[in-house]
Design a protein around this ligand. Sequence first.
Ligand code: FES
Length: 127
Amino acid sequence: MSVETLKIDGDEYIKTAQTEEIPEGRGIAIDVDGIEIAIFNADGEFYAISNRCSHQSAPMCKAGEEKINAEHTWTKTRGRVDAEDCSVTCPWHLWKWDLESGKNEASGQRIATFDVTVEDDSVFVRI
Ligand code: FES
């Protein structure tokens, strides 16, 4: 299978998803050459960040995922995307990560972020 790529100023971006595959306020996980990346939609802006929280390796893509019990009488979400301050909160212990810098202010830790560009409704990420 061939990978669709895009060249911008000499940098190669890899096609990862269509914009409609990533709902507002949610994320998806992708694997590029063994690198786990979460791509989030924050009010129509797309961001790519490591899919593994550096605290205890939670899958960041689960932030904001809704869990519903069998009777549909209980729902719960953990973590969320906040477009206003451009952050995502980890679904396990709620550490907040800046989507642009990958920084968690409280711990001083940083996780990887990746440049993103959207072209013709396709989301491209530079690894
Ligand atoms: S695993 Fe993310 S805050 Fe603990």
